[in-house]
Design a binder for this molecule. Sequence first.
Ligand code: C2O
Length: 567
Amino acid sequence: MAGFVFLLMCAIILIGCGAHARVVEHTFNVGNLKVRKLCHSRVITAVNKKLPGPTIKAHEGDTVVVHVVNDSPHNITIHWHGIFQQLTAWADGPNFITQCPIVPGNSYTYRFNITGQEGTLWWHAHASFLRATVYGAIIIRPRAGTKAYPFPKPHKEFPIILGEWWNADVVEVENEALQSGGLPNNSDAFTINGRPGDLIRCSNKHTYKIEVVEGETYLLRIVNAALNNQLFFKVAGHTLNVVAVDASYTAPYTTDIVVIAPGQTVDALMVANAPSARYYMAASAYISSPNVTFDNTTTTGIVHYKSTALTSAPPVKPMMPAFNDTPAAHKFYTSLTSPVRLGSPAVPLHIDEHMFITFGLGLAPCSAGQPKCQGMAASANMNNVSFVFPTKMSLLEAHLKGANGVYTKDFPDRPPTVFDYTNTSINTDPTLASLPFAEKGTKVKKLKYNSTVEVVLQNTAILTIENHPIHLHGFNFYVLAQGFGNYDSSTAVKSYNLVHPLVRNTVSVPTGGWAVIRFKADNPGVWIMHCHLDVHLPLGLAMAFEVENGPTLSSTLPPPPPDFPRC
Ligand code: C2O
């Protein structure tokens, strides 16, 4: 609190506080908005009547204050995806993890600092499928007056927020799936900044356009806000130079294709050095499972060179990769590293907690809450625990109060049985018929303050292999290594990048493969780690870390703010 008051005073006085920290304040009115897309009219839930919602522009070191007013008919929470929330876990936002929802007619003010991260993040609803239309960008520029980007200052920058659009009401789409125990219907289109683009029916006028000047450099701040699809992104005729992901700088990486999973961001420079013309930017799905149906549409926007007459030829189209081009996705994901910098924080080498977490889909017998379910329902788990969200009190509040009966502290460090995790023949082996059935539970893994945690994330072939984007709240992690098949420490450890590994908050674990992440638990609170495909989150593809307080006041989670939503 004292820190906050200090920052507030800095903002008011605007001098003498050295760091030029400001307060960035917004009011988010969440409410109904009538829109027409793909020849369908629909009422969506949106912030300030905009899709995407407002962009939060801040500098590193700023304090962000957002008053969320819920005028919608739905329970809502907002999550500030990738923001560390150091000592402000109450503002993190996942429904029933750090807070109870803001019920219709109520409001809650989220307050947090942005410290030690620069680039692009985003915010989104973290309750049911509402984030399909409740999302926006967070742009974090270097602290004013102290330093600049570690790359030449771009002429201009454009947020490129990729989204996913359903003609049906998304809350109904989700409820229908949950009640039947099946998977939800696929979306009808993808969008760029809320617009499907002119390859989609009725969308000629709903095409995002940018104008560029020959020879200038542009910064594209790409966010994947889609619910259930990883996306390939390309700009015809142009290469992209990736300089940051998840608000963490990377060594520059030149590519003609970006692959981005829900939850992730990519900052890329684009030089307008192609012959003067119009070019499509485009995004289409990357599908990593051989066993799913999907939205196979392509969303487009237009890059228009200023000197090109509007009446000229149609925009140049990029060649998109095949939907199942796992080699292209893997090349992109594994080519990124953090910059080699003197004095950059070293990867912690001493590990306090070694975890091996298997994850993927499974099955469960139909339950009472699934009136339309026949036989078996879809399920998902981590280490054979299918995560169940609390309904009476958030995990964080239960943690603060020491309340009993909300969660247990026995999330396992390894799966209960060892099997040939990624061998698809496990699905036809009668002796392994029980593998898809996981225990249901609300289990957390308790961590000592400042302990170092290494997690091997191992995808399984139970039902199907699939690339799942695993997102950790409250922390960035190092991505030390990734590979296909079963993790084998005898070969994997040698491949760890301990010098300049990529730092991010959401890792796309290779389909039928594994990834190794490491982080320091220096932020007290309860932090969910989950699959960022929204189809898998309610099925239980999640777990949570409970990080204890440290020894000092500055490492102790303060109590919740007075307007904290109660159940
Ligand atoms: Cu982007 Cu748990 O969220």
